[in-house]
Design a binder for this molecule. Structure first.
Ligand code: KG4
Ligand code: ZN
Length: 333
């Protein structure tokens, strides 16, 4: 069974092709034009999707060495995301499904992130816990059974990747913030600046990063005023330490509370080496399996949508209606 997945939820035009759960192609056109604005410009994003989507499809088909006629299932992200960007993908997907016998699935973006783990662990089956940490999301989901998710915790303010990006800007380390902070942190002392884990002692499983961001703003002001004897590298290392601590400790506490023995860690922040190390160590210590999707599936892409759709198809789910619109705000649970 050949499944084509499309994701245009934000600023990446992604199309992936999956055959029986195996990725044959995963083409992503990233929009660099937003850099000059220091943030994503929704109007420009949808126009850029429109300009590149045909070419991305052509490249994906050629990478997979298949033709459009071979495709059995068309799957597309319906939400959440930027309305204009989602609309481009959805209309394009409808065009590919219309008048054909193909199955048509409208998908939730976060289900795609969660199921991207199938590329690393093909036998992954619920129940398991999934942490999604990216520039736009920090969510903990309990994947109870096939297609059924329950929200366990989420950020109360900034997403983890957003915190990395904002703090990197404060430290003048560049964009995207995650890799820039990790690089600077290599030569820093992670205990040089005292930062406490946010929401320490909470009984729930939420995250919060605005407090750390403000603490870092204060640190930078003090550093500039000559009142602090630490380096930018020390600040980066201390920040990275507390971010990783928050993500790992909260997730493992949730896994224990829900008696889950498998944890999936997905989204852009999952690229963080310190995070991967900590999750690995804590996994060994607590005898839990930790699954990281392959690096190219951490960022937004079409293959993850195709993988999640393939699961639906194997369950024999019927096509969704072509008479449907985008869902910019849409909860998975
Ligand atoms: O999933 P993603 O590509 O885009 C969306 O947010 O949808 O995630 C991008 C985010 C950025 O905020 C970036 O700073 C963060 O992931 N990121 C990292 C690392 N690499 C990317 N954060 C921490 N450490 C990294 N190595
Ligand atoms: Zn995403």
């Amino acid at each position: 069974m050949l499944v084509l997945g499309i994701d245009t939820s934000c600023d990446d035009t992604g199309i992936g092709i999956v055959q029986d759960g195996r990725i044959l192609a995963n083409v992503i056109a990233s929009q660099s034009l937003h850099r000059a604005f220091g943030g994503i410009m929704p109007e420009l994003a949808s126009r850029a999707h429109l300009e590149s989507i045909d070419e991305v499809l052509g490249l994906a088909l050629s990478d997979a060495n298949v033709t459009l006629e071979n495709i059995d299932v068309i799957a597309v992200t319906q939400g959440p995301g930027l309305a204009g960007s989602l609309l481009v993908g959805l209309m394009f997907a409808k065009g590919l499904a219309f008048g054909s016998s193909r199955t048509f699935y409208t998908m939730h973006h976060l289900e795609g992130h969660i199921q991207s783990a199938l590329a690393s662990a093909p036998s992954l089956e619920p129940p398991f816990l999934a942490l999604i940490a990216s520039g736009g999301h920090t969510h903990l989901f309990d994947c109870i059974e096939a297609g059924k998710y329950s929200l366990v915790g989420a950020t109360r303010d900034d997403a983890a990747g957003e915190a990395f990006d904002k703090v990197a800007r404060l430290l003048e380390l560049g964009f995207p913030g995650g890799p820039a902070i990790s690089k600077a942190a290599l030569s820093g002392n992670d205990k040089a600046y005292p930062l406490t884990m946010p929401l320490l002692g909470q009984s729930g499983f939420d995250f919060s990063y605005s407090g750390i961001k403000n603490a870092m703003r204060l640190a930078v002001q003090n550093l500039q005023a000559g009142k602090l004897e630490v380096s930018v590298a020390d600040l980066a290392a201390s920040f990275e330490r507390v971010m990783v601590e928050s993500l790992t400790k909260t997730t493992f506490r949730a896994a224990k509370s829900l008696s889950r023995d498998t944890i999936v860690v997905a989204g852009g922040v999952a690229a963080n080496q310190r995070l991967r190390r900590e999750f690995g160590l804590m996994g060994e210590k607590n005898k839990l399996q930790v699954v990281f999707p392959p690096a190219q599936l951490n960022t937004d892409n079409g293959a993850m949508i195709a993988l999640a759709a393939w699961l639906r198809a194997t369950r024999g789910e019927a096509s969704d209606s072509l008479e449907t619109g985008v869902k910019p705000s849409w909860n998975l649970y």
